[in-house]
Design a protein around this ligand. Structure first.
Ligand SMILES: [Zn+2]
Length: 383
């Protein structure tokens, strides 16, 4: 990772670079920051910068032999330690080195922006909590005692030192205090008060602020979403990039569901030409099962909201703009004559999708039901 791919944190990165230029790189540094602030991503970009054979003024080159290894998180002088626990493939005595392949793919998938819960989920460890243990500490000691492969820096990154236990930290005291020359230890943590005092006292603190709304909004816009949505998400994300991505994913689903559902309803409302509807059914059959489930659940929610609306509880519908407008219009066609059948139809469709029903047949069937049910609702409404 190069500095240029880091989200925000420009002031902090400038300080790291000038520290290097002025020959003041502390041997043991503590990168402290909340989830989604980019502590690990910056630590990796910083290490890559230090080891780059062909630095440009304020970044690594991204193409030299060293940088190429960094892009795969697999430089022989870059060592990662992180919380681990047992899972399907490591059944006893877990330690970081047993999980390096997983670690590298997880890092690649998330471009260095990872979370502790995400990591546990990736490893499939259930509710167990990970720890950095004595076995990890022993490996660190032996790694730093060896010469570097490429005769340059050696970097050890300890991600989530909050999770290091006391026996590991006791083992590491001397190494943290006085690492061998050209060795850099970067400790990364989230909660200062949870860190062992021995760690706090031995490392130079590099404090990360949360990202600003602008940082997040600008980065989101690069992914192709429009400015208004990017601004909304950035405000909700509280300076946490991982949280912003989560919100974006949900927002994307909701937008897809709304637009698709509205289209479907329009096609089922007094259809004259069925070809568009057949095309719709075929397209929906290609959508992944999880997305279909989410879509059908959305349909159920619209029906539920329509019933609320009709019972003068409209103000509790948590929708706005076009979506609220659509729900209010749709609600006039959901009434005593068809609401129960509507509810049932969607519930059954969800039930069948969960049990791997043939999606093409299911959507054809649902479309015919919707045509009938909408017609029944319309004729009841116009009485
Ligand atoms: Zn380079």
């Amino acid at each position: 990772m190069q500095f240029k791919s880091i989200i925000g944190q420009k002031v902090l990165i400038d300080k790291l670079i000038s520290g290097y230029k002025e020959n003041r790189v502390a041997h043991t540094q503590l990168f402290l920051g909340d989830e989604g602030a980019g502590t690990l991503a910056v630590a990796i970009a910083y290490s890559q910068f230090l080891m780059c054979n062909n630095k440009i003024d304020d970044d690594s080159c991204g193409v030299c032999a060293s940088c190429v290894k960094f892009e795969k998180f697999a430089h022989p002088d870059l060592h990662f330690y992180f919380p681990t626990t047992t899972n399907q493939s490591v059944k006893k005595d877990p330690k970081s080195s047993f999980f390096l392949t997983d670690w590298r793919s997880y890092l690649s998938e998330h471009k260095g922006y990872i979370t502790l819960n995400g990591w546990y989920e990736y490893l499939g460890v259930g509710n167990k909590q990970g720890i950095i243990r004595k076995d990890d500490a022993n490996e660190i000691i032996s790694k730093v005692s060896l010469k570097s492969y490429e005769g340059n820096y050696k970097v050890v990154i300890l991600w989530m030192v909050d999770k290091m236990n006391e026996s590991a930290s006791n083992k590491l005291l001397k190494t943290l205090e006085e690492p061998p020359s050209n060795t850099l230890l970067i400790l990364i943590g989230e909660k200062y008060e949870q860190l062992l005092p021995t760690i706090r006292s031995r490392a130079q603190l590099v404090k990360f602020n949360r990202l600003t709304d602008d940082d997040i909004s600008n980065e989101l816009k690069k992914t192709g979403i429009d400015k208004d949505l990017a601004d909304d998400i950035s405000v909700l994300s509280n300076g946490n990039w991982n949280h912003a991505l989560e919100i974006k994913e949900n927002a994307g689903n909701n937008q897809f569901n709304f637009i698709t559902f509205r289209k479907w309803l329009r096609l089922c409302f007094q259809p004259k030409d069925y070809s568009e509807l057949i095309k719709f059914n075929q397209e929906m059959a290609k959508v992944g099962r999880e997305k279909q489930k989410s879509f059908l659940n959305y349909g159920l929610e619209v029906i539920h909201n329509s019933i609320l609306q009709n019972n003068s509880n409209g103000n509790i519908i948590k929708k706005s703009g076009e979506e609220l407008d659509f729900t209010q219009k749709f609600a006039q066609f959901i009434n005593k004559a068809n609401q129960k059948e509507m509810y049932l139809a969607f519930n059954q469709a969800i039930y069948h999708i969960e049990r791997n029903a043939h999606a093409g047949i299911l959507y054809s069937d649902m479309s015919f039901k919707l045509i009938d049910l909408v017609a029944i609702g319309r004729s009841y409404a116009s009485r």
